[in-house]
Design a protein around this ligand. Structure first.
Ligand code: SF4
Length: 342
């Protein structure tokens, strides 16, 4: 376990300071682009270094120090019932010449501290193989300091690649997929229109492992609703055991106004688990998922009890903290609602 030693109060401080989990974080304000029109590209991001288009751009917290290279706009699926991240963007591939020009422009500047590149937007792995290979080759040539390239990806984008194609990507430095699996429960997966099922998650995970590409998995506490809570937690734990990822980030679902999930909640068709039921789900994941070696985080801003640990080593410590919070049922031991966010 890193730093916080499972004291919930100290753990909260640690999580606020560190904010490292697998959750998506916005990095740029929405720039008033028209809906259904791809955002116009600009050359310099708000930090004066990253090159990105207007509009909201997301990256995992753990890619905070990476160069962001936008190779596509939006998400080619864009249908998950809880997700509003790319609702204002129409999916598009960025013209290859523009991407190459950006890489060349990056080559004029200093390397970022992490020496990593993160490909945006929502599912950059969906790019056709020749295009992705050309981008990775250009990164190799022009940014020789890059130690790892990563992106978001999902079952659709991973399974479009053959085993050989994934190995080709890995050989050119593509080393990690951030994958929003959300749940191991097929019923819940269908309900949220994830566009995949449990069997496909397993196939995607196996294919990544065979190719030597890292797998960082995101799961969503509460996504099964009150009624499906226990099934969601148990099925997710068993799926995590099966796919055995190196990283798991557990986030807590927060219905966003305007999304189908939010509408279902308004209509009384979806009941969001409360903090304690959500903690029960977290406990089930920690107690039941069997990992070879996993950095498990629940320290995203959406969570009630921010923790970060290495499993299986820290399992008992982690369970002790969760059990104490569940036994005390003291709201003061949880992250206050004003401090929680997406
Ligand atoms: S695949 Fe990811 S980015 Fe696309 S709609 Fe679903 S959650 Fe959002």
């Amino acid at each position: 376990m890193a730093g916080c030693a499972f004291d919930p109060k100290r753990a909260i401080v640690y999580a606020r300071r560190c904010r490292r989990s697998c959750g998506r974080m916005p990095i740029a304000p929405t720039a008033g682009q028209e809906s259904s029109v791809p955002a116009p590209f600009v050359t310099t991001g708000p930090d004066g270094r990253t090159l990105q288009p207007g509009g909201q751009v997301y990256r995992p917290p753990s890619e905070a120090e990476s160069l962001l290279l936008q190779v596509s706009v939006g998400c080619s699926h864009n249908r998950c019932s809880y997700c509003a991240m790319y609702s204002e963007k129409r999916f598009a591939l960025r013209p290859e010449a523009e991407v190459m020009a950006l890489i060349d422009a990056y080559a004029e500047g200093p390397p970022p501290p992490s020496r990593r590149v993160f490909l945006c937007d929502g599912d950059a792995l969906i790019l056709p193989q020749p295009k992705l290979l050309a981008i990775l080759q250009r990164i190799r040539q022009r940014l020789p300091w890059v130690q790892r390239v990563s992106s978001y990806g999902d079952c659709r984008s991973i399974l479009r690649k053959t085993a050989t194609e994934l190995k080709e990507l890995a050989a050119l430095g593509y080393g990690l997929v951030y994958h929003g699996v959300e749940t191991g429960d097929d019923l819940a997966m269908a309900a949220i229109v994830k566009g995949a099922n449990r069997a496909q998650v397993i196939e995607a995970a196996d294919r990544l492992r065979d190719a030597g590409i890292g797998h960082s998995v995101i799961v969503l506490l509460g996504i099964g609703g009150v009624e499906g809570s226990e099934r969601h937690a148990r099925e997710t734990a068993s799926l995590l055991t099966r796919i055995d990822p190196q990283w798991v980030g557990a986030l807590t679902v927060t219905p966003v106004p305007g999304t189908p999930l939010w509408q279902a909640q308004q209509n009384g068709e979806f009941a969001l688990p409360d903090a304690w039921q959500t903690l029960e789900e977290l406990r089930t994941l920690v107690a039941e998922a069997q990992f070879s070696a996993c950095r498990f985080s629940s320290n995203h801003a959406s969570n009630y009890l921010p923790l970060r640990a290495d499993l299986p080593r820290d399992r008992e410590l982690m369970l002790r903290v969760i059990d104490r919070a569940l036994a005390e049922r003291n709201p003061a031991s949880l992250r206050p609602s004003w401090a929680r966010g997406l």
